[in-house]
Ligand binder design. Structure first.
Ligand SMILES: Cc1cc2nc3c(=O)[nH]c(=O)nc-3n(C[C@H](O)[C@H](O)[C@H](O)COP(=O)(O)O)c2cc1C
Ligand SMILES: C=C(O[C@@H]1CC(C(=O)O)=C[C@@H](OP(=O)(O)O)[C@H]1O)C(=O)O
Length: 386
């Protein structure tokens, strides 16, 4: 069974993840993971923290000589900002924790609900873990899955579809040109005209001390028919993808295929007609279902979208109430992202890759990459003969 846990605070010494159940024999380098960590740190609209961090992963177990061994994989990412917070974040009894105690909850963040739930007077005990700093660890973990999927002929492409009111024009399947545009875009946006407007929107929000959300979309190409299952709610691939994407900080909506759009039109405009030729087998001319029917991949690309709310920490003060004094105040802020939709998109790619790796391993099993590949090849041959 493929599983993982992450640990670590935003301003603590670093982040750790332990991954269990990855096949042996998977070629893997630090550089491969670091590329995705660097992508996650980028994107127009990020704040001052990203100038301090330079995320890199260290393997503490489970990888030898550039190959996974089948043992648990421990990944570690250092927080460079720890140097500035070591006293405030110290684990030692008697440490000077009263310095910069946080009693002023930010609307939209986990501060107040978390402090009440865990009976904290210092909301730092909540915000340190609710922070999206944790997503660096999830990207490292998901990138292991991405490497596995690559070996199985599956590629994952994420892009930003919307920032605030500006929507990109993008085809239903990404062209080579669009894929190249994404690589060259500061917002991971395939529509370079829309990207300009999006950046202007971010600049304006920043000037006004405000923040902006948006929508990212992820396509997975090369998936076989038959991943996931209709037989039980928690085995449905769409249910799992939605849960994984919702598990990213600030994600408030998920769509598969047409998503909410499917609720607005007639059935004949929604369902993908079925075709067959001996060369291709069964296929669809359209992919409104987003590659999943009955919780099972149908052989078309998987298409998912997620909506991110605007960042809660605002330079423009929002009213809130102090936990200690119960007095209303207007929050002041030291630093924050203005928009982090491109970063969230990279996290989205990672969590989608992870869920896809899980359903692959559930269907095909196998303890080594070779064993898994042989089983997938056999299945693909069987499907061609249906
Ligand atoms: C990549 C990324 C970066 C984020 N950066 C910030 C930030 O700089 N400031 C902030 O207040 N929230 C930021 N957030 C959002 C908060 O982490 C999130 O809103 C908070 O944890 C509350 O969770 P919820 O929005 O899911 O309810 C970021 C989220 C992501 C995914
Ligand atoms: C550290 C990261 O994002 C952070 C997520 C975050 C939040 O509240 O979610 C708040 C900010 O942290 P800080 O208050 O230290 O500036 C972001 O920088 C990261 O993405 O690596």
């Amino acid at each position: 069974m493929l599983r993982f846990l992450t640990a670590g605070e935003s301003h603590g010494p670093g982040l750790t993840a332990i991954v269990e159940g990855m096949v042996a024999g998977l070629p893997l380098t630090r550089e491969y993971l670091d590329r995705q960590l660097t992508r996650r740190q980028g994107g127009y609209g990020r704040g001052g923290r990203m100038k301090i961090e330079q995320d890199q992963v260290q393997f503490l177990s489970g990888v030898r000589g550039g190959t996974t061994t089948g043992s648990p994989i421990t990944l570690q990412i250092t927080n460079r900002d720890w140097a500035n917070w070591s006293e405030i974040m110290s684990a030692e009894p008697g440490a000077k924790l009263e310095q910069r105690v946080v009693t002023r909850p930010r609307p939209g963040h986990a501060d107040l609900a978390g402090a009440i739930k865990y009976a904290h007077r210092d909301m730092r005990n909540v915000l340190e873990r609710s922070s999206a700093r944790e997503t660096a660890a999830r990207v490292a973990v998901g990138t292991l899955a991405r490497r596995l999927l690559e070996e199985l002929g599956v590629t994952i492409h994420g892009f930003v579809r919307r920032i605030g009111s500006v929507e990109a024009e993008v085809g239903s399947s990404l062209s080579a040109m669009e894929q190249e545009n994404i690589q060259n875009s500061q917002l991971l946006c395939p529509d370079l005209k829309a990207e300009k407007q999006m950046m202007q929107g971010i600049d304006l929000a920043k000037e006004q001390g405000d923040s902006l959300g948006g929508v990212f979309e992820i396509h997975a190409y090369g998936l076989p028919v038959g991943l996931g299952s209709h037989a039980q709610w928690d085995r449905k691939l769409d249910s799992r993808l939605a849960g994984a994407l919702m598990g990213i900080q600030a994600i408030k909506g998920v769509e598969i295929g047409l998503g909410f759009g499917a609720a607005e039109v007639l059935g004949s405009m929604v369902h993908d007609e079925i075709n067959y030729t001996p060369e291709i087998g069964f296929y669809r001319a359209t992919n409104r279902a987003g590659g999943i029917e009955g919780g099972i991949t149908n052989g078309e690309p998987v298409v998912v979208r997620a909506a991110m709310k605007p960042i809660p920490t605002l330079y423009k003060p929002l009213r809130s109430v102090d936990l200690e004094t119960k007095e209303q105040f207007e929050a002041s802020v030291e630093r924050s992202d203005v928009c982090a939709v491109p970063a969230a998109c990279v996290v989205g790619e990672a969590v989608v890759a992870w869920e896809l790796a899980i359903v692959f391993l559930e269907k095909f099993g196998g303890d080594s990459l070779q064993e898994l590949k042989e089983r997938v090849d056999l299945w693909n041959m069987q499907v061609r003969q249906v």
